[in-house]
Every structure is written in structure tokens, then in C-alpha cells.
Design a protein around this ligand. Structure first.
Ligand code: MF3
Ligand code: CO
Length: 248
């Protein structure tokens, strides 16, 4: 069941999203050699609570932290801990919060110190694929237009889109309908209506799209061990076009 949002709902989601964008940017700026992933998580939780909001991921389906930190071959859902970031790491940060009953969800990937040029390309391609997906959003467009736009950018670089995980509706719950794949055929799927709010979140692998889950039951990694990147914004479909709700 898809729950379309009123203008007032979207204003609330925008407030939540702006708070999230600010916190995620701060955490991104903390990424540097020697920092532990737990430190990033502690600061993320502290900042979220200072803003009067609550972490969205903590205890969600038993997830034990506020932030997901996925390094190098880790795709998503990396659990913060004692691991120390090293120069050359590709670090994906995924964060969600709830404020006054409204969720926001966003992810960025940042380079820890200087990284290999192919890794920088991976990060830039994934960011560009998210914005290509966002550019495909307008009233009357189809869900398949978004996936198609993302996929085109990624595959043009010889990289691959993860298919086992997808974007989703966002609102009074973290995950609402519809599912938002990062692949697909233009002109197919659900027709986008005013008031639809979705998280578009391409997960892009430098090599094969195959992924598996580690024994911690959370961390998703590439099967071939090559690196992966992830960007995500929560987007509102409005008569004026797409509105990025999670911009800092
Ligand atoms: N951004 C991710 C998602 O949309 C984060 C989920 S992590 C979890 O599903 F812990 F909340 F599951
Ligand atoms: Co999400």
C-alpha cells in the first residue's frame, strides 16, 4: 500500500531530512585515517539526539547501532565497532532519523585520505547515478525510468548495480512501499504521483553485482571482493519536480 503525502507531511519530512543532511555531512567530515567506526557512530547518535530527533536504524530489526559504516568491499549495513579507518579506504555512511514522527534516510560515500583513481571513479559514478535517478523523477514518470537512469550511468563505466537490495518509500515508517530498484526498463512500472516520497539509493560495485551477507547477519559484501559505494537521498515527487528532502 502506497501512502501519498500531503504538502504538510512533506514539510515535516523536509525538516527531518535537513537535520539528517546536516548530521551526515558532519560525520562525513570526520572520516580520516585513525578514526574508529564506533567514534563515527557515537557522534552520529549524539548529534541526532541534540537535534531532538531519534536514530532510525538503532534496534530496527535488531540492528545494534545508529550508523551503518561499510568499508571497501562492504556494500551496506556494516556495523560500527573497533575497526580503524585507513588511508585509501572507501567509506560508505548510511544514516536515518525520525523527528516528530517523520523519517529521513540518506547515505554518502567518502574517501579516507587519498584513494586509488578507480576508487574515486567508483565514488563519483555512484553519486552521479543517484542524481541521474533523481533527475528522472517527475509526476507521470515511471518507477522504471529511475532504475534505468541509474543503471545507464553505472554500466557506462563498466561497473554494476546491486540488485539484491533496493530503495523504498519513506514517511511515517522507514520502509514503505514501493520498492525502488536501481535497475529497470524505462516506461515500465508504477506511475509517479504527486506526494510520493521515496529513498533512491544506488549501491554500485566496481566488479560483479553479486553480494552476500557475512556471519554477523548484517554486513553485505561483494562476492568478488572488489569495492562498492552507496549514495542515498529521500526525494519528494511534487508538481514542481523532485525535491531532495535530505540536503544539508
Ligand atoms: N538506509 C538503509 C535502508 O534503507 C538502512 C537500513 S539499516 C537498518 O534500509 F539497520 F535499519 F536496517
Ligand atoms: Co534506505
Amino acid at each position: 500500500m502506497i501512502r501519498l503525502k500531503s504538502a504538510s507531511d512533506i514539510e515535516h519530512l523536509h525538516v527531518s531530512g535537513a537535520k539528517l543532511g546536516d548530521v551526515l555531512r558532519q560525520i562525513g567530515e570526520m572520516v580520516s585515517p585513525g578514526v574508529t567506526t564506533r567514534e563515527l557512530d557515537r557522534v552520529a547518535e549524539l548529534r541526532i539526539r541534540e537535534l531532538g530527533a531519534k536514530p532510525a536504524f538503532l534496534h530496527y530489526s535488531g540492528y545494534p547501532a545508529t550508523l551503518c559504516v561499510s568499508i571497501n568491499e562492504q556494500v551496506i549495513h556494516g556495523i560500527p565497532g573497533h575497526r580503524v579507518l585507513n588511508s585509501g579506504d572507501v567509506v560508505s555512511l548510511d544514516l536515518g532519523l525520525i523527528y516528530e514522527g517523520y523519517y529521513a534516510d540518506s547515505a554518502i560515500t567518502v574517501a579516507c585520505g587519498p584513494v586509488a583513481s578507480r576508487d574515486q571513479e567508483l565514488i563519483e559514478t555512484t553519486r552521479r547515478s543517484l542524481y541521474a535517478g533523481i533527475d528522472a523523477v517527475h509526476v507521470g514518470a515511471r518507477l522504471g525510468d529511475i532504475g534505468h537512469a541509474v543503471q545507464q550511468v553505472v554500466e557506462a563505466q563498466g561497473m554494476s548495480v546491486v540488485r539484491d537490495y533496493v530503495g523504498h518509500g519513506v514517511g511515517k515508517e522507514l520502509h514503505e512501499d514501493p520498492e525502488v530498484p536501481n535497475y529497470g526498463r524505462a516506461g515500465t512500472g508504477l506511475t509517479l504521483k504527486e506526494g510520493l516520497v521515496i529513498a533512491i539509493e544506488p549501491m554500485v560495485n566496481a566488479g560483479s553485482s553479486a553480494v552476500r551477507v557475512l556471519n554477523d547477519d548484517w554486513t553485505v559484501v561483494t562476492v568478488d571482493g572488489q569495492k562498492s559505494a552507496h549514495f542515498e537521498h529521500t526525494i519528494a515527487v511534487t508538481a514542481q519536480g523532485p525535491v531532495i528532502l535530505t540536503r544539508p
